[in-house]
Write a protein that binds this ligand. Sequence first.
Ligand SMILES: NC(=O)c1ccc[n+]([C@@H]2O[C@H](COP(=O)([O-])OP(=O)(O)OC[C@H]3O[C@@H](n4cnc5c(N)ncnc54)[C@H](O)[C@@H]3O)[C@@H](O)[C@H]2O)c1
Length: 278
Amino acid sequence: MSDTLDPSGKTVVVTGAASGIGRELARQLAAQGAMLVITDINADGLKAVADELEAKGVSVWAPVVDMTDFVAVDAFAEKVIKVAGDTLAFVFANAGIHGITPAIDPDLALFDTVLKVNLMGPVHMSKAFVPRLMARGGPAQLVITGSQASFLAAPGIAPYVAAKHAVWGFADSLRIELLLAQSQVGVSVVAPSRVDTSITRGRTEEYRAQGGDKAVEDYLASMVGPDKIAEVIIREAKKREFWIIPSHESTLEAFKARADAIIAAMPAGGIPFERAGA
Ligand SMILES: NC(=O)c1ccc[n+]([C@@H]2O[C@H](COP(=O)([O-])OP(=O)(O)OC[C@H]3O[C@@H](n4cnc5c(N)ncnc54)[C@H](O)[C@@H]3O)[C@@H](O)[C@H]2O)c1
């Protein structure tokens, strides 16, 4: 597999491109000379981004595609591969939603929706694009947006944490299979924390409703602009890194504590049981 991949003169796909991190990915990839295929379910927001890029002379195709609908995602991928051919270099499976409901008594309909968008969305994109890219041959990178919630839990957002943990597991399974297949197709998983987008703004409103003013202010103060996060994602995706973790210092500390707790729970020398039949 090639060590690096450049978007310049290549086609890139970005899902969830109507706002936030996806919109910044589209803007920055366009500025680096890429041809853009951008999608979202928000038709108006998507059109605004497409118009903005076209006004700068960028080649853009912007169909509305719902990531939860595999038939639509599959038809979309078929068309992209057919039209873009060898130029298709990056696929950013970025679309996502929040899911605010407690683990103690979750809203099951919301749980289902969050799993459909945040887990099955990237799975749909992978199933639609990866086999086609492998059959096409040549290098390409699928970049899946997870979250710091892919390896850390938080209260009140159980479906989000469950979906993001699962999507990390999916991406890592895909990484191993692609490696075993000696494929030119690679996968990255992105785990940002606290980015200033509509997802986090919505959550802070929830905090406010709970009267958590200090927590809200701390949270808002620690947020990073989506432009900064997109910069890191693109830089690392070009290096074809699996882990892309644009996160805060506190994330590192919390992850170390979790890893230490898991390691401490593993008995040295393995489980002290005798083998069956021994
Ligand atoms: N904002 C953060 O702090 C943060 C942190 C970690 C991970 N993320 C992840 O980053 C990704 C982008 O989120 P964002 O923060 O830019 O939020 P955002 O709300 O600004 O953007 C998400 C986009 O996804 C689109 N979308 C939602 N459901 C869709 C569907 N079914 N099909 C197609 N498009 C759909 C939305 O319309 C929206 O334009 C998400 O996967 C999110 O979970 C965000």
